[in-house]
Ligand binder design. Sequence first.
Ligand SMILES: Nc1nc2c(ncn2[C@@H]2O[C@H](COP(=O)(O)OP(=O)(O)OP(=O)(O)O)[C@@H](O)[C@H]2O)c(=O)[nH]1
Ligand SMILES: [Mg+2]
Ligand SMILES: [Zn+2]
Length: 349
Amino acid sequence: MSQSFTLSQMGWTAFFQQQLSLEQWETLKLGRVSAQHRGHLEIMTTTSSNMSLAINSESSTSTVGDWILMDEHNRYVQTLERFSLFSRKSAGSKVALQLIAANVNTAFIVCSLDGNFNLSRIERYLALVNNTGAEAVIVLTKADTCENVQTYVEQVRSLDTMLMVEAVDARETLSIKALKNWCAHGQTVVFIGSSGVGKSTLVNTLLNVDTQVTSPSRADDNRGRHTTTSRSLHLIPSGGLLLDTPGMRELQLVDCEDGIESTFSEIGELAEHCQFSNCQHQSEPGCAVKAAIVAGDVEQRRLTNYDKLLREQARNGATLAETRSKDRNLGRFYRDVQLEAKQRKGKTR
Ligand SMILES: Nc1nc2c(ncn2[C@@H]2O[C@H](COP(=O)(O)OP(=O)(O)OP(=O)(O)O)[C@@H](O)[C@H]2O)c(=O)[nH]1
Ligand SMILES: [Mg+2]
Ligand SMILES: [Zn+2]
């Protein structure tokens, strides 16, 4: 299917326009990465919804949602600066940063009300989203299977009274009507959350077509059977772009301190009133955070999660930096060895 859209429908704004010179604007082609495959990127342009671009060492750093420039032969030239970027530590033991999505306005943090609900997990996703500057909306799906929906909505609101929360039946157009507010013309929305919570179901209902494959929930979503296996960007002809992602088994945060601080801002504010400026809020005297917990104003769970996430992102950040520097040193080592070999050859010749 080859539909064509305007740049503005695809999310183009002045932020990107100002990055181009007049010459680039007149001679180069623009596209937005809509999917990433093993050897090629799928690109949305004003003339094609699925142009293919081979991945080379330069384009390999771009991700779904990126705007890229191509020359007249459809060769990759450059990725434009992003206004937001989602990344995490790659799942499993691999020490690498995985880019999830670029240029996202809103993130729907999707949780289902059938056993998936977990406030600490929601905070983890919130820290990720708040670190990017995108707006977070908590979408509680499978509200049709739950008897006390309102109590869950209130639990989420207790994290932050300003937080947007919507409880829906993801399969029903009428039920998800409120979500359309965030899917306005040119706005990009990413769907994140565990496997089986209804991300692709939401995408299908919002698109009004069954583009994304969905499958019945498994009792245990920890076995790695994900229905959606890659990220993809879909344009709603009436406005908005939806970025579906595979369920995350493990969202490990990296360098997310700002996101964590803004997600748990009341703890930081209280900490300013602790007797010691380096208070760890454990058992120090004059701890304002502990006092708030005793008074019932802050949940102990929240403080524990705050500490855990802060430590985790710092640890992952340090490991990643170490790996990068090792790689650099190794690269230098190989270069030196090659240089030496060349010099030796030169001498013997
Ligand atoms: N009753 C009910 N079922 C839902 C709702 N949302 C999703 N489902 C069902 O839940 C199952 C899983 O939905 P998917 O949309 O595939 O979940 P997903 O989050 O995309 O999962 P992954 O692609 O594995 O990450 C499907 O059978 C959906 O029909 C809902 O609000 N109510
Ligand atoms: Mg899916
Ligand atoms: Zn303290």
